[in-house]
Design a protein around this ligand. Structure first.
Ligand SMILES: [Zn+2]
Length: 298
């Protein structure tokens, strides 16, 4: 099953735009250090990059903007006459860690030929933030990594006869068979929501990747000991080892993708973005609403 190896893509609407996690405003001494907000508006035509440069938008922010719209097939290569834009970015307090970005794009809209292109930053519990437009769509895709290298797919998502219970049961995951002890890795960046025994699932890890989307890893022989609820993980970090704890006939990983409590087919999952967020955006078309008022980066 070589074709099933390596990486497989699960297109999530959420996505990771480079830029890392900003340092949150931390109380220092008695005062609170607030980020400084900058707003830039302008109008023009032709190269969007040149227009941003002309308005003295810092290179990091220009880069974020241009990279984000790169994947929008409708975004004009050259801005038509009388295009307008407005962008908001923040200057964060001096980084606590070296390498943390100082400037962060919060929101941008561009009106070109009567068409609106927009983008808002949506951060969640400090993990890699995403940029989304008002329809809750991201312009980039999050790619899930297959959690076990060189695994064999032994059971798909769907109805099957349960190998132990011998009755028809819906299988809510992907079974990936691999030698016992093979490393199991986080499918994407996230925060550990559960790490421990979980009935028929045996040793189990759940990682949250956003307000709704999580992945589950069942039947592990053991869990990496440092992993606890609240631990942040990066895509590819080792979280445990293939085993057959709980209800399993042989060593395999049962890999699940969840949208809240609902289990999705990991091979075709198109999980939704936070419905509440989409609603807020839909009912508040004001371009002045930076997404951060909804996220927890405030
Ligand atoms: Zn399974």
């Amino acid at each position: 099953m070589r074709s099933f190896c390596a990486r497989f893509l699960i297109v999530l609407l959420a996505a990771a735009l480079a830029g890392g996690t900003p340092a949150l405003a931390e109380p220092i001494g008695s005062g609170i250090v607030e980020p400084i907000r900058h707003e830039v508006t302008g109008a023009g035509s032709g190269s969007f990059e040149a227009l941003l440069k002309k308005h003295k938008v810092p290179p990091e922010i220009r880069d974020s903007v241009l990279r984000s719209f790169q994947l929008d097939p409708d975004f004009p290569r050259s801005l038509p006459k009388q295009s307008e834009f407005r962008l908001v970015y923040e200057e964060l307090p001096p980084a606590l860690k070296e390498g943390d970005p100082r400037l962060v794009l919060r929101s941008i809209w561009i009106r070109a030929d009567g068409k609106l292109f927009d983008l808002y930053r949506y951060g969640w519990r400090g993990i890699t933030p995403v940029y989304m437009n008002q329809n809750g769509r991201s312009l980039r895709e999050l790619v899930f990594r297959l959690p076990v290298d060189d695994a064999r797919l032994t059971s798909k998502f769907g109805w099957r006869e349960h190998p132990i219970l011998k009755k028809k049961k819906f299988h809510y995951g992907l079974d990936l068979a691999a030698p016992p002890g093979s490393p199991v890795r986080a499918a994407a960046d996230g925060v550990v929501a559960m790490a421990g025994w979980n009935g028929n699932y045996g040793n189990y890890v759940r990682i949250d990747h956003g307000p709704h989307i999580s992945t589950g890893y069942a039947h592990l022989s053991s869990i990496v000991t440092t992993l606890k609820e609240g631990t942040r993980v990066k895509q590819g970090d080792m979280i445990g080892f293939v085993g057959m704890t709980g209800l399993a006939t042989g060593p395999h990983l049962c890999f699940q993708v969840l949208d809240g409590k609902k289990q999705l087919n990991p091979l075709s999952a198109r999980p939704m973005i936070d419905e509440a967020l989409i609603e807020q955006l839909a009912t508040n078309p004001g371009r002045n609403l930076p997404i951060a008022t909804i996220g927890d980066l405030q």
